[in-house]
Design a protein around this ligand. Structure first.
Ligand SMILES: [Zn+2]
Length: 231
C-alpha cells in the first residue's frame, strides 16, 4: 500500500495545470498508481469545473449576452456527463521499458511520454540513468538501481521529487515501495540504497545534487551527470 503521497496543495496545482512539466510527469505518474490520489484529483477537478461553469453561466445570463437560459441544474448535468465518461486505455506492449534483462510496464502518464525517454547510461557501479526530455529547465530521469546499490550521500540545492515506479529502496529515514512519492529540499541529506531487490524510480531535480560525505565529495564536479537532460 502506498504510504507517501503528494500534498493536497501539490495535487491542486496538478489538477489546475500549475505545475512544471517535470513535476506534472512525476505527480501524474503517482496519480496513475494511487487510487487515493485519483479520488482526490477527481474531486478537485470536479470542484474547479463546477466553479468555472458557474462563472460562465453567470456571464451568459446577463442582458449583454441575451440570457442563455442555462441553469445550475443544466451545468450539474454537464458535469455529471463529463465525469462519468472518462475511459482509460489499456496498456500497450510498447509501453514497456527494458534494462539489464528486466521489463517494466510504464504507468499511463510515463507511457504517454515514452518518446521523450532517452537511452540508458551506466553512471557508476550498478546505477543507471535514462534522461526524459520534458522541455523545461527541470532535470528529469528514470534512475535504475540494481540490488545492492547505493547512491552516495547527497543534498540538493533545490527540490528533488522521486517516485518509485517499480521495486523498493530505502534511505536513512524510511523504506519506499511502488508508488511512493518523496519530495526533498535542501534541508535533507540522504543516501538512497537498494538491498535484495532492485528499484526503478522517476526523479526530477531543479538543481544539481551535492555529494556530502567522504570520498563521494570527489564526485561533485560530475554531479550534473545525475540529472542532466541529455548526455
Ligand atoms: Zn497518492
Amino acid at each position: 500500500m502506498i504510504k507517501s503521497h503528494p500534498s493536497e496543495a501539490i495535487l491542486y496545482q496538478y489538477a489546475s495545470g500549475d505545475l512544471s512539466a517535470a513535476m506534472t510527469l512525476v505527480v501524474g505518474t503517482h496519480v496513475d498508481m494511487c487510487s487515493v490520489c485519483q479520488q482526490t484529483v477527481c474531486e478537485i477537478e470536479h470542484d474547479l469545473c463546477s466553479k468555472h461553469l458557474d462563472t460562465v453561466v453567470q456571464t451568459l445570463n446577463t442582458p449583454s449576452h441575451g440570457y442563455s437560459g442555462l441553469s445550475k441544474t443544466d451545468t450539474d448535468k454537464m458535469l455529471e456527463k463529463i465525469f462519468s465518461s472518462e475511459a482509460k486505455p489499456a496498456v500497450q506492449p510498447d509501453e514497456l521499458i527494458c534494462l539489464e534483462g528486466r521489463r517494466f510496464v510504464l504507468p499511463r502518464t510515463l507511457a504517454h511520454n515514452r518518446a521523450r525517454i532517452g537511452d540508458w547510461t551506466n553512471l557508476v557501479g550498478k546505477l543507471w540513468r535514462a534522461p526524459i526530455d520534458v522541455g523545461d529547465r527541470g532535470h528529469t530521469n528514470l534512475i535504475y538501481m540494481e540490488p545492492g546499490t547505493q547512491v552516495p550521500e547527497h543534498t540538493h540545492k533545490g527540490q528533488e521529487a522521486t517516485l518509485v515506479v517499480d521495486g523498493v529502496f530505502n534511505d536513512e529515514k524510511d523504506v519506499y515501495y511502488n508508488g511512493d512519492f518523496i519530495l526533498l529540499d535542501a534541508d535533507r541529506t540522504h543516501t538512497p540504497q537498494t538491498s535484495a531487490q532492485d528499484c526503478l524510480t522517476l526523479a526530477t531535480l531543479d538543481a544539481p545534487l551535492y555529494f556530502t560525505s567522504g570520498i563521494s565529495r570527489l564526485l561533485n564536479p560530475f554531479s550534473s551527470l545525475f540529472f542532466r537532460a541529455s548526455a
